[in-house]
Design a protein around this ligand. Structure first.
Ligand SMILES: [Zn+2]
Length: 143
């Protein structure tokens, strides 16, 4: 049995529907944050004079921008998953070509890697991130 046989037609259809509804949800949330931000920017052109207000406004802005970014990223990932579904490559791990597993796909339908490869990828990213931080700290220590 090849990995591709492990996803039957009915399950594939279910996943496709699920992915579409996820994408709708992500797009709608993103658009509502965007339009709320645009509305606020046009109605409140003057910053609150209070420093604390200004700080919390800025923080809220940053959080919203980060959220919009994440939602955009999610939409991209869902699109990629839908494409893999069309190419009949859905559910196959990007790194090891093994079947990702239904439990994981149900929890994270746009997963690109199996749990094992994802953990490894994150560990690798973590190591790189720590090295980067360590490098920055080392530079700052020289002062
Ligand atoms: Zn894998």
């Amino acid at each position: 049995m090849t990995p591709k046989d492990q996803l039957d037609h009915r399950t594939a259809k279910e996943i496709e529907r699920f992915l579409h509804s996820l994408k709708d949800h992500a797009s709608r949330t993103r658009e509502s944050i965007r339009s709320a931000r645009t509305r606020r920017c046009s109605t409140e052109p003057v910053r609150a004079p209070d420093v604390m207000d200004w700080a919390s406004d800025t923080l809220e802005d940053e959080m919203q921008v980060a959220l919009v970014d994440r939602l955009s990223q999610q939409v991209t990932q869902i699109d990629a998953a839908l494409e893999r579904l069309t190419r009949r490559e859905y559910g196959i791990c990007h790194d090891c070509d093994e079947f990702i597993g239904l439990a994981r796909l149900k929890a994270l339908p746009f997963a690109q890697r199996c749990t094992r490869c994802q953990t490894r990828a994150e560990q690798f990213k973590g190591v790189r991130e720590r090295r980067r931080v360590a490098a920055i700290l080392a530079i700052e220590d020289e002062d």
